[in-house]
Write a protein that binds this ligand. Structure first.
Ligand SMILES: CSCC[C@H](NC=O)C(=O)O
Ligand SMILES: [Zn+2]
Ligand SMILES: [Zn+2]
Length: 405
């Protein structure tokens, strides 16, 4: 007979079945699930709706010393769309294969983390363990579409200020190797539109300075910069002697191209959209001036930011940062290898770091292929359970840090 499923896994699979998929996430069922969990565990729960239909759910485990700053365990509730025909299992059924792999959109990004936090608190409550610091669990919407209406609004609120957050944990990424990836910073997402206007006429002529020829020259400049970054990533050596990782360089991708009326008509306008990820190693004002130079070297051209984040501060990995030291020492004590890196994409941590709140991103996903946003996203149930052990130890240690306010 098959062994019965661990109830923590059953609850996790239930969370995965909430269809919080962009662009029309069902936040209602998700909020209901979270509030039920809070009730069962005996946690204080609040729901904030800064934007209608986009709830932030906050669960709280009170600490012994309310004078100390709190620990925030953040996770986003939304997930990205799927190409269902490419999946071996239904992406919102949370099916489990014979060997315990649980397949679902969000299994890695990042419901495994949000579900683990809940299990940690459930355990601590069951064991009647009260930590020194208050621990808040925030379940925020819309991270996958930029987070402005989710974490962005939450951090600006009075509700957030009242929490007096001293340190936060957020998402990381899977690693096919044995180490845990830990993220102490991330690249700033800059999404830009470049529009050019130029001479028009008959498609048989060799007309000068058309919208497309201008755009072409601008695109070439961006692509040359892209090549330089690619070379650095592939063959460069960092000042500390290590190889570059994606987060250390600035990536540029041409992701949108729009123009055209009819084959024999030179169009008067052309547009290119780029997804740029600016590494924290970059001087932002200088880099902004560089790309403005690319665009404005052509007449009648325009640069618009669709996404812009003007801060790329990282969380210190020095002895001065007690949170990092506690995290690192905890992993060392448990013989867990960690690899600190810059997150290549964007997470909600950037809103916290901008406020000066130290944040580390870690998902307990080792020896696992990177499948966030991919087909057949999964996590093994044993790894999920091991992750709960990890987070229980880690969060207990962090919430017992006493030497600073
Ligand atoms: C500009 S915010 C977009 C956020 C998104 N986050 C995860 O994939 C990303 O593309 O990195
Ligand atoms: Zn995520
Ligand atoms: Zn994501």
């Amino acid at each position: 007979m098959a062994t019965p499923e661990n109830p923590a896994v059953t609850r996790f699979r239930q969370y995965l079945r909430c269809k919080t998929v962009q662009p029309n996430p069902d936040y209602e069922s998700c909020t209901k699930f979270l509030l039920e969990q809070a009730k069962e565990i005996g946690l204080k729960a609040q729901t904030f709706e800064y934007v209608k239909g986009k709830p932030v759910v906050l669960l709280t485990l009170e600490g012994r010393d309310p004078g100390l700053s709190s620990i925030l365990l953040n996770s986003h509730t939304d997930v990205v769309p799927v190409f269902e025909e490419n999946w071996s299992y239904k992406p919102f059924a949370a099916c489990k294969s014979e060997n315990g792999d649980i397949f679902a959109r969000g299994a890695q990004d990042m419901k495994c983390v949000g579900a683990s936090y809940l299990e940690v608190i459930r355990r601590l409550k069951d064991q009647n363990k009260q930590l020194c610091r208050t621990v808040h669990l925030s379940y925020v919407p819309d991270e996958e579409i930029g987070g402005e209406d989710g974490m962005g609004r939450f951090v600006e609120s009075e509700d957030f200020k009242k929490l007096n957050v001293g340190f936060a944990l957020d998402e990381g990424i899977a690693n096919p190797g044995d180490a845990l990836k830990v993220f102490y910073g991330e690249r700033a997402p800059w999404w830009i539109d470049v529009t050019t206007r130029g001479n028009v006429g008959h498609g048989s002529q060799l007309i000068q300075n058309t919208a497309v020829s201008k755009l072409h020259r601008i695109i070439n400049k961006f692509m040359e910069f892209r090549d330089s970054q690619e070379r650095q990533l592939l063959i460069g050596v960092r000042p500390d002697g290590r190889k570059y990782s994606l987060g250390d360089v600035t990536s540029v991708n041409l992701t949108i191209l729009q123009t055209g009326v009819q084959h024999n008509v030179i169009p008067q306008e052309a547009k290119a959209g780029f997804d740029i990820r600016v590494s924290p190693n970059v001087d932002m004002p200088l880099f902004k001036a560089l790309i403005e130079g690319y665009v404005y070297s052509e007449s009648d051209s325009k640069l618009e930011f669709v996404q812009y984040h003007d801060d790329n501060s990282c969380t210190s990995l020095g002895e001065d940062n007690i949170w990092w030291v506690t995290f690192r020492d905890f992993c060392r004590d448990r013989n867990i290898n960690i690899e600190p890196e810059i997150f290549p994409a964007a997470t909600d941590s950037r809103y916290l770091r901008k406020l000066g709140i130290p944040a580390l991103g870690v998902s307990y996903l080792k020896n696992t292929p990177i499948l966030l946003h991919d087909n057949n996203e999964y996590i093994n149930e044993n790894l999920f359970l091991e992750g709960i052990e990890f987070y229980t130890g880690l969060i207990s240690r962090l919430a017992d840090v006493q030497i600073i306010k």
